[in-house]
Design a protein around this ligand. Sequence first.
Ligand SMILES: Cc1cc2nc3c(=O)[nH]c(=O)nc-3n(C[C@H](O)[C@H](O)[C@H](O)COP(=O)(O)OP(=O)(O)OC[C@H]3O[C@@H](n4cnc5c(N)ncnc54)[C@H](O)[C@@H]3O)c2cc1C
Length: 573
Amino acid sequence: MSNDSKSAAPTDNLSYDAIVIGSGISGGWAAKELCEQGLKTLVLERGRNVEHNKDYPTATMDPWQFKHRGAMTKAFLDENPLISKAAGFGEDNAHFFIRDKDHPYIQEKPFDWIRGYQVGGKSLTWGRACQRWSNYEFINPERFGYGIAWPIGYDDVAPWYSHVEKFIGVCGNKDGIEAMPDGEFLPPFEMNCVQDVISKKISENYPDRHLVHARWAHITRPNQVHLDQGRGKCQARNLCMRGCPFGGYFSSVSSTLPWAKRTGNLTIRPFSVVHSVIYDEKLGKASGVKVIDTNTKEVIEYKAKIIFMNASALNTNLILLNSTSARFPNGLGNDNGLLGKYVAFQNYRASVTGAMDGFLDKYYFGRNPTELILANYRNLQKQDTDYKGGFTTFMGAYRGQQSAATESGEIGGAYKDSLTEPGGWKVYMYLQGETIPKETNHVRLSKDQKDQWGIPLLVTSVEYDDNDQLMIKDFLTQSAEMLEKAGCKNVEKHENKQAPGLDIHEMGGVRMGKDPKTSLLNKWNQLHLCKNVFVTDGACMTSTGNQSPSILYMALTARAATYAVSEIKKGNL
Ligand SMILES: Cc1cc2nc3c(=O)[nH]c(=O)nc-3n(C[C@H](O)[C@H](O)[C@H](O)COP(=O)(O)OP(=O)(O)OC[C@H]3O[C@@H](n4cnc5c(N)ncnc54)[C@H](O)[C@@H]3O)c2cc1C
């Protein structure tokens, strides 16, 4: 189906074994596992269809082929002040993001809700960082008193991380760091000479800090399972957000969805916005979902034995809050009133930049699409700072374009010549910090405002707090000191004050837990009070950890799907 096609896939069949809501990072994994394990599965996706390669219109375009050389027009920016803030957003990938006016929500407090509504969701445009959580991240919220207990620990998910890593292809190095466990890695990209020096200097000056290759969903050396998916080696083009013709990075469009399709068990229905989950009072479980065709506005009900919620964290909250019945007047499974509460995000408010003299005879191969990570070194065995939680530090070093000519403001031939030469080395570090889930940070439904399909608008009431500020201060002090001790010059600290949401790591609202009084989901991601509904996207997160979260959503999804199939086989669902 082409990009501009307005017709949905034929779905005469209204009854399936499983329904998956959303076709992005987590929904793709639900589809793969459920279809492979024999369930006839319907994936409902509110956006248009996107097929691998066929629907990547800009993937091989050169800069001069873009009308505005990659930039957006003033008219576009004026109309889309929200979505155009997204990291990496530009003329080459704008077709994989929403337009502001089509999808309103109410910001009770500033919150930048970044969305990509199409088959593939944000898996097409994500940054691809894929570190595993450490056990500290699972146990610390409870033991240091800033959250409830997770019902699972690292050992429960470790095999599922392996399962996902092997299939999607994750490059990295085995570094033996407790705060960032090793996985099933393909070879990492090379560190460049300045990264190498800074990594060594940090180890010399701070024996407990490790600047290493991060883990990225890029195929650096394909295994058979990647070739079987029709994917190949990453070409280091760093144009990933356009969709990769080589399948070099993981997206559900290049990997899990086509894999699921091959089983013959998959039906994808695009242009299908899920309005709510239908609860059957007599059966005491969900019977299906109510869908609105986004083009015709036709209302359709699909039935299934199990439902996987993978609409991305806040949309999953929205659908469940909108799934009201006589039994659940405040939203499905919401007897304790906590649905939509304890929404959290990751702290992305700080960075440090600098320069490194010398190394002017050195360069690097291609456009490396990866960065290094300084694994979390805070609040591991004990709380050793005046704030709670830990943080990951991403790090890069590159040769800038600025030359002496441009810096002195020259124009003409000398300026043009200077552009053909790389400038000196620049370095940066930026923060990805854990935030504390709080009851006051919540989303809810508007009582009087609806979208174009008659679905209540989401109200976001989420903000940064003092704990985040203390973390920022520590990050800035420590990062600047590390770069200076490593020999960097002109080190500057930056605080961007961005709103929550722009991190694009929003989580929570339907958290997992041991106790139905304080959580919505059990250890298998089932709603405590409606066992045939599974929530395995970011909404399920009990705390945020400091690692990039999406690979955990994938691991939890594969784990829950396998459990769901075994429960169906036992006759329990
Ligand atoms: C620029 C960028 C960089 C990022 N970098 C990283 C990174 O490096 N590492 C990392 O871990 N994460 C990163 N993320 C975040 C990552 O993309 C998300 O965590 C991940 O995509 C979430 O997966 P998901 O399946 O929950 O949601 P999505 O991938 O967003 O998929 C949800 C799907 O559900 C559909 N949907 C929504 N509502 C409905 C409805 N009512 N009915 C039917 N369908 C619906 C949507 O259209 C969408 O296709 C980044 C994101 C962006 C945009």
